[in-house]
Write a protein that binds this ligand. Structure first.
Ligand code: SGN
Ligand code: CA
Length: 517
């Protein structure tokens, strides 16, 4: 009898241990959230844009072929800090308090995704760009770039220290990440954010990529010489490639034949001065032919404008190359360590970016290129490989979706929605949202983009610039480049009214204060 009693007890203990082990460790997926800075969909080959076909990203694309490619993912406010704050909180800027880049830090006492995961048994870490000024909270481990971070030999901040690490920023962040994975607490599921600086301005590639696209001619966007007719704010910006880019800082142009002195570079401390002397020498040597050619070949003003576009694309995409290699390394690490089946992998960027559309670089506007945000996501246990997702999704959805996939309750005050159901097979449920809200606040500010808000529905987009009281309306289906503002045109009354109502509904629903409307 005792023997039977004993074996029953052993059996019960075994069941109990199994179930609790299963709940906390086995079933819960790990999460690797990879985010780069200013990486446009046009520069990820999985999205199929002609620019990316000249500079493919095979490793990032692997996430889409093993999982899902989101075709209609957008940010809530197209600028660094605000997008990061929206991701952490699942809330729009006015609710999480981080409305623009600047000197007021993120309020780290509020509820965030990493905190909730941590409270639910996850080990959490962030490595790379943070840019939210206050110290990270909710992370067991963090090592962040100082402010924007430098491309060469950057400073990293930790809880205890600030250290300068010698090397190229993308490679350093990758190494710190695999290092953390190697030494993490292997009894816990993990949530890891790897945040790259690249391909942020001023687009300095790794040495091995200096010449990668030197002779590549990238396709010129149809709207490169846009005249901004009918779009007041678009005409007011200061982000034009051939007018506003700094020839030294951005385009790496020098003062004359065989010169080792950059043309206009207002921030040498953030670029050349962070390199060692030997690195500077190799940098100038690598750009020598191109820079000499500028002085030996005669060009009209228009030809110079096109030449600058090529120069910009060659460097931007060369910095993307190192990000793609980094993603490859992480995916290989997961596979080699048997983590690939139970890990959710996300690749995104804090917002989209202009690669010459409207003649621009930078972001901020609610036009498609910068409002759009790449999103690729794999999770073999839930997402069918190779699916494409049409539904409207947004950065405020990331936190609720991840909680949902990790089987953790989603707090009621998160404003985003879990897109777990869409991610499963690509089908959009009937009750999924029909519109998205956007709000950009940072004016006056870099690049002079006026504050505005708007609503996007499947076909139309309505934007309002409240200070100037100007409206813009686009039929994205007919005019995907958004060059024809049809607001106020005959025949648009009904759709305008519909969109204005939708906009009001969203502002009420999200609780946007009257003073910002
Ligand atoms: C820097 C850039 C700007 C950019 C902002 C915000 N200038 O100031 O071009 O708009 O960051 O970028 S730089 O030459 O110093 O890089 S964000 O991604 O952090 O929002
Ligand atoms: Ca950014």
């Amino acid at each position: 009898r005792n023997k039977i009693k004993h074996s029953i007890l052993v059996y019960i203990a075994w069941i109990v241990s199994l179930s609790s082990y299963g709940q906390t460790d086995m079933q819960r997926p790990n999460v690797i959230f990879i985010m780069s800075d200013d990486h446009a969909e046009q520069a990820i080959s999985a999205y199929g844009h002609p620019i990316s076909q000249k500079a493919p990203t095979p490793h990032i694309d692997r996430i889409a072929s093993e999982g899902a490619l989101f075709l209609n993912n957008y940010c809530s406010n197209s600028i660094c800090g605000p997008s990061r704050a929206a991701i952490l909180t699942g809330k729009h800027s006015h609710k999480n308090g981080f409305m623009q880049n600047g000197n007021r830090g993120f309020d780290g006492t509020q509820q965030t995704l990493p905190k909730i995961l941590q409270q639910n048994g996850y080990e959490t870490a962030i490595i790379g760009k943070w840019h939210l000024i206050s110290k990270p909270t909710g992370f067991d481990h963090w090592e962040i770039l100082n402010d924007q971070g430098d491309y060469y030999n950057p400073y990293f901040i930790t809880e205890r220290d600030t250290v300068r690490r010698m090397g190229y920023v993308t490679d350093l962040i990758t190494n710190l990440t695999t290092d953390w994975l190697e030494h993490r607490d292997k009894n816990k599921p993990f949530f890891l954010m790897m945040h790259h600086k690249a391909p942020h301005r001023n687009w300095v590639p790794a040495e091995r990529h200096y010449k990668l696209y030197e002779n590549t001619a990238f396709p010129i966007p149809e709207t490169y010489f846009d005249d901004y007719e009918g779009r007041y704010a678009a005409a007011q910006q200061e982000m034009n490639i051939y007018r506003d880019m700094y020839e030294g800082h951005d385009l790496k142009m020098v003062t004359g034949i065989d010169s080792d002195t950059l043309l206009y570079d207002p921030w040498p401390h953030a670029f050349l001065e962070t390199m060692t002397q030997a690195e500077q020498k190799r940098f100038f040597a690598a750009y020598r032919d191109r820079n000499n050619d500028f002085y030996t070949t005669k060009r009209t003003e228009k030809e110079k404008a096109l030449w600058k576009f090529q120069r910009y694309m060659q460097d931007y995409l060369a910095t993307v190359k190192s990000v793609d290699e980094s993603v490859g390394e992480i995916l290989d690490y997961l596979k080699a360590n048997g983590l690939d089946k139970n890990t959710i992998v996300i690749y995104t960027s804090d917002q989209g970016f202009y690669l010459g559309e409207h003649g621009w670089f930078d972001k901020r506007f609610m036009y498609e290129e910068s409002f759009g945000m790449p999103l690729l996501m794999s999770y073999p246990k839930h997402i069918k490989p190779g699916i494409k997702i049409d539904g409207l999704t947004q950065n405020i959805d990331f936190a609720p979706t991840l909680l949902d996939l990790c089987q953790i309750a989603i707090p009621d005050d998160m404003q985003g929605r879990s897109f777990k159901a869409l991610a499963q097979n690509g089908r959009t449920p009937k009750d999924w949202r029909k519109s998205l809200y956007y709000h950009y606040y940072e004016y006056p500010g870099f690049h002079s983009v006026r504050a505005h808000y708007g609503v996007k529905m499947e076909r139309y987009k309505l934007m309002h610039f409240p200070k100037e009281n100007l409206w813009e309306l686009y039929d994205i289906k007919k005019d995907p480049s958004e060059i024809e503002n049809i607001y106020g045109r005959k025949g648009t009354e009904k759709i305008t009214q519909e969109l204005q109502q939708e906009l009001l509904m969203l502002q009420d629903k999200y609780g946007v204060d009257e003073k910002y409307r």
